[in-house]
Design a protein around this ligand. Structure first.
Ligand SMILES: Nc1ncnc2c1ncn2[C@@H]1O[C@H](COP(=O)(O)OP(=O)(O)OP(=O)(O)O)[C@@H](O)[C@H]1O
Length: 247
């Protein structure tokens, strides 16, 4: 579904260096890293929303630069909230969206809106944070997006809404036909639903692997007294190290 090869993006004070990621069909990849590690920069570079300095992105087996329109019709993207058409009803937004996608299925859209309990006459500004993400997902599923890329979709959600959204992710990929890449710094989100984990630190991928292999690869961080496996939170905290303030 998604192959990222040696993606590099240079900002004046930050470098994204040789990012490699591989996401097969039917899987969820959790993309984790602390604030400022480069998660959003990676996602924007993958989508060509910022121009990478080098590297290649293939989606559905096609090069993104050569087939951008074709590929983007088949993906759904959620980057933060909804900052368009704040005043329009969600159903009016769907009508606009439907014109861009020849795969648009309006019956499916109505069904998703019912399933997700989103009122079609509400405007985005009247939706809660969780509802906004679900509305964006309803739009993506209605144009039959096969790959969903979401930047911190669970940030700002309460534990119940987060759990609900993560269950939805699992159900979206359950048929084996769709894949999801989502970034977060909430480790429990990843533990709950990701098949694979990619960990970015200071602009470099520290490890990208299936969940078990990923967790096992950090067992060297265990202290002698610890017998059970480390949680992802413990792994992150130990990898990042303690900061000492000179107060
Ligand atoms: N447009 C830009 N111009 C210059 N530097 C930028 C730009 N966008 C991001 N950066 C820098 O790139 C680095 C990585 O930022 P990025 O937003 O990718 O991190 P992140 O992992 O998504 O963080 P967070 O979890 O806080 O959202 C930061 O140091 C940031 O200041």
């Amino acid at each position: 579904m998604l192959e990222v090869k040696n993606l590099t993006k240079k900002y004046p004070k930050f470098n994204l260096e040789n990012v490699n990621l591989s996401l097969p069909k039917g899987q969820i990849m959790g993309f984790i890293g602390k604030n400022g590690a480069g998660k959003s920069t990676t996602i924007k570079s993958i989508l060509n929303l910022v121009t990478p300095n080098s590297g290649e992105v293939d989606i559905f087996g096609m090069n993104l630069i050569n087939h951008e329109l074709e590929i983007k019709k088949r993906i759904g993207v959620v980057l933060g909230g909804i900052d368009f058409y704040q005043q329009k009803k969600t159903e009016q937004i769907a009508n606009v969206m439907s014109r861009f996608y020849d795969t648009w299925d309006h019956q499916a859209f109505k069904k998703y809106m019912q399933e997700f309990e989103i009122d079609p006459i509400k405007a985005p500004k009247e939706l809660s944070a969780g509802m906004k993400v679900k509305f964006m997902i309803a739009l993506a599923l209605s144009h039959k997006a096969e790959l969903l890329i979401l930047d911190e979709p669970t940030s700002g959600l309460d534990p119940v809404s987060r759990d609900d959204l993560l269950n939805l992710f699992s159900q979206i990929v359950a048929t084996g036909e769709r894949s999801i890449l989502f970034s977060t710094h909430i480790t429990s989100d990843i533990e709950k639903c990701a098949d694979s984990i990619s960990y970015i630190k200071d602009g470099k991928i520290l490890k990208s692997a299936l969940k078990k292999e990923f967790m096992d690869s950090f067992s060297y961080l265990k202290r002698p007294s610890e017998t059970g496996p480390l949680s992802l939170e413990e792994i992150m905290i130990r990898v990042e190290g303690e900061k000492h303030y000179d107060l």
